[in-house]
Design a protein around this ligand. Structure first.
Ligand SMILES: Nc1ncnc2c1ncn2[C@@H]1O[C@H](COP(=O)(O)OP(=O)(O)OP(=O)(O)O)[C@@H](O)[C@H]1O
Ligand SMILES: [Mg+2]
Length: 425
């Protein structure tokens, strides 16, 4: 490993899930991210996104990094890591400052900082993101990019995302033990949504449902920005357990048949294909039909979608708010029939979200183009938007220091690119 190529612009998007760890290595340059390698390995030591066994988690992350680095042929010491779990909190906040006739980038940063000052416990919570929703300049509401505009009083409405300090520290400890000296925690839902959504969908209103192994993460975008997030402790592992119990088969065999033959809608099965299944404690396998398997899967997938619908309703969302419908992603969205089932339950258009972006390049782009990798790819996209191109290699920048961060305005982004070019050539 010591002789492997290293570069300060090569980083890893690390999605430490409840059932799998996904590591995607990318090389960042101003206009694109070249995918260099990736790995998907079983995850041990986490429950619902939170570390419950630190040694097992460290081992799983080390395995993921060894595989991904060997694939990419390079060593990485900088990670963007996805953070999720029921400890995530989102608070709506408001900041106001007076300015000197014209809004500068510093004013935008100052008003955003003002919005989150004193809004959460510094000892218990880690501030992940301050997401500006809209600015008001004097009496003019609904401004998305106030920089350069004239006025006296600048207000901002923001959405603050925090995570439990201890949950973030434990993940960072595990990541450090895999040789990743620099790490930046990012809300996993934010990363996944950025990877799968188009700007139009964010504008029209859309709900992203990331169905993983242990948790189902809900994220709502409206008027171009993230407005809401929630985590439900029910996902694909429940489906696997149902199969294991219904057919008295070991969990790994239940997982295998789910992925290979599973279907969320029995009515989609035209020919009842039969396959062999191992029974616990018995040598002889038995023949199971795809339709019966599907009848066990459907109620649990239905329950997941119904829980999402109930949670959205409880928190004040109605169908009319989602002009662009629902986007499902995460490993469990890949089960055959999940889209028509979700459409039946939500009574809205549903599509599968796969990671897509014009900035991704390299021969591996088509290989990583599936929903299981949405968060890991989204972490690379996040890194690309926030990477300090003026100072490659120095990337441990807290969202606080970066101000609007992920939602950096187009103008400021172009300027950073320009600076990068003038510093390099
Ligand atoms: N082709 C497939 N068909 C059905 N289910 C699948 C498929 N591929 C993966 N899964 C399921 O997806 C789940 C893992 O998805 P993912 O990797 O998104 O979860 P995770 O990130 O590890 O978990 P979490 O986000 O809950 O912490 C597992 O339950 C797995 O069985
Ligand atoms: Mg996940």
């Amino acid at each position: 490993m010591a002789s492997m190529q290293t570069s300060p612009n090569i980083i890893v998007g690390l999605d430490i899930g409840t059932s799998k760890i996904k590591a995607v290595i990318g090389e960042l340059s101003p206009n694109h991210i070249e995918i260099r390698g990736y790995s998907i390995v079983p995850s041990k030591g986490l429950r619902n996104g939170v570390v419950i066994n630190i040694e097992e988690t460290k081992r799983s992350i080390r395995t993921a990094m060894e595989e991904a680095q060997s694939f990419a042929g390079c060593q990485v010491d900088c990670a963007y890591i996805g953070i999720t779990g029921s400890h995530i909190k989102s608070i709506s906040s408001h900041g106001v400052i007076t300015i000197n006739n014209e809004v500068t980038a510093e004013d935008v940063q100052r008003v955003t900082q003002q919005a989150h000052a004193g809004k959460y416990s510094l000892t218990e919570e880690h501030m992940l993101h301050v997401l500006p929703q809209e600015f008001t300049l004097d009496m003019q509401e609904g401004i998305l990019e106030p920089e350069g505009m004239a006025g006296k009083r600048l207000e901002v409405k923001t959405h603050i995302i925090t995570a439990s300090q201890s949950a973030v520290r434990n993940i960072e400890k595990c990541v450090l033990s895999a040789g990743l000296a620099k790490s930046t925690p990012v809300l996993a839902q934010l990363a996944a949504s950025e990877a799968v959504l188009s700007d139009d969908e964010k504008e029209l209103g859309v709900c992203v449902v990331d169905i993983g192994g242990g948790t189902t993460d809900i994220t709502v975008y409206r008027n171009g920005s993230m407005q809401y997030t929630a985590v439900l402790p029910i996902a694909g592992n429940y489906v696997t357990n149902d199969i294991a119990i219904a057919f008295n088969t070991p969990t790994d065999s239940a997982e295998r048949i789910k992925v290979q033959y599973g279907c969320a809608m029995p009515s989609l099965i035209k020919e009842d294909f039969k396959f062999d299944v191992q029974r616990v404690g018995e040598r002889e396998p038995f023949a199971l039909g795809q339709r019966l398997l599907s009848e066990v899967i459907r109620p649990r997938m239905e329950e997941i979608f119904e829980n999402v619908e109930a949670r959205l309703k409880q928190d004040g969302f109605s169908k009319e708010m989602f002009g662009a419908g629902i986007v499902i992603t995460g490993g469990s969205s890949m089960i055959f029939g999940s889209v028509p089932l979700a459409e039946e339950i939500f009574d809205m258009p549903v599509r599968i979200g796969v990671p897509k972006s014009d900035v991704l390049s390299g021969g591996l782009v088509h290989e990583v183009n599936h929903s299981e990798l949405a968060t890991a790819i989204g972490l690379l996209l996040y890194a690309h938007q926030n990477f300090d191109l003026d100072n490659p290699g120095y990337v441990y920048v807290t969202p606080r220091a970066k101000g609007p961060g992920f939602f950096a305005t187009l103008g400021s982004r172009l300027r950073r690119l320009k600076n990068w070019f003038s510093a390099s050539f």
